[in-house]
Write a protein that binds this ligand. Structure first.
Ligand code: HEM
Length: 295
């Protein structure tokens, strides 16, 4: 499972229960300063299972209650906005965001990191973009996390949501089915175009992301390290620079740390692949290429 899930989980534990709790939790699962989770790494599912059981025992909260809270936290905290902004900037209501998640999570499968994101299916229950049946299938059976994410998705837009779970994999059903009804209007519905533009820019900071996607090859044999990527951006050597990206060419000098953080963000949403999880890896030698965007 992708490192972002573990990094944000620890952030949640620290904010919810305080730093002494987080320190005790880390000691209990055998973590120290040297092996703290990193966003670009992939970790075994068992680590989440162990972490969840440990946090539940220490906090006296049920595992499901923790997962619901964590899902909500995931959707609303600044780190996820920062790392997944490219994705969050595409939707303007809880309903739209939820619909987008099928493709968004499917995109994460197209990297070589061997991750196994959830599968979502939708059934539209009304024409007003408020009511749907969502089917979730995953052998991780994290439907309580999903529930929390749905609450968080509504809250991002100032909406309310009612959720009723009809079936559950944890109770022996083959899939989890959620009936979901959004209530109230998204703030975006009444916002001026300028306000939306500002929010989009805040979330996506797409300039450098787009430039990087332009210069990266889709062929893993032509993968580049971040220094070569930086040089290619500066020399505008991308395969093509259509008009909409021309503004980016007037960007000032780009620092290598900006290239690195933008690459990390693009990896979170599955648009860029890297050698981070393929054998020995070092920060400077890691190679990057563009993930395919269809199967
Ligand atoms: C409404 C919004 C969202 C919903 C309902 C949702 C739901 C879920 C669920 C239920 C899982 C559990 C994994 C499983 O069952 O296999 C998951 C995993 C994950 N989600 Fe989301 N998510 C949402 C938004 C996001 C966003 C904005 C990001 C940012 C990139 C994201 C990134 C991930 C990642 C990286 C995983 C782990 C995948 C893996 O390693 O296999 N999700 N999500």
């Amino acid at each position: 499972m992708k490192g972002i899930i573990f990094v944000v989980w620890e952030k949640y534990l620290g904010e919810r229960f305080g730093s002494p709790f987080l320190d005790r939790y880390r000691a209990a699962i055998g973590e120290n300063q040297q092996n703290l989770p990193e966003i670009v790494r992939v970790y075994p599912d068992e680590l989440l299972v162990k972490g969840l059981a440990t946090a539940s025992k220490m906090s006296l909260e049920s595992e499901d209650a923790l997962m619901v809270e964590y899902g909500r936290f995931f959707m609303l905290n600044g780190l996820v906005e920062y790392l997944c902004g490219y994705l969050l900037a595409q939707s303007w209501s809880g309903y739209e965001l939820l619909l987008q998640m099928r493709d968004a999570h499917a995109q994460m499968r197209r990297t070589p990191d061997g991750i196994n994101p959830p599968l979502f299916e939708y059934e539209v229950l009304s024409g007003d973009h408020k009511h749907m049946m969502l089917t979730y299938e995953s052998n991780r059976r994290l439907c309580s996390l999903l529930e929390g994410c749905i609450y968080g998705a509504a809250e991002r837009f100032g909406e309310k949501v009612r959720i009723r779970q009809h079936t559950c994999q944890k109770k022996g059903d083959s899939v989890c089915r959620f009936e979901i009804l959004f209530e109230g209007d998204s703030w975006a519905k009444h916002a001026t175009p300028d306000r939306i533009k500002q929010e989009k820019e805040r979330l996506s900071k797409q300039g450098l992301s787009n430039l990087i996607l332009q210069v990266l090859s889709p062929n893993p044999n032509n993968a580049m390290d971040m220094f070569v990527i930086k040089k290619a951006i500066e020399q505008h050597q991308g395969s093509y620079f259509p008009e909409i990206y021309q503004k980016q060419q007037q960007l000032g000098p780009v620092h290598i740390s900006q290239v690195f953080t933008t690459l990390a963000k693009l990896q979170q949403v599955g648009l860029v692949s890297s050698t981070a999880n393929q054998g020995p890896d070092s920060f400077t030698q890691r190679l990057y290429w563009r993930s395919p965007t269809h199967d």
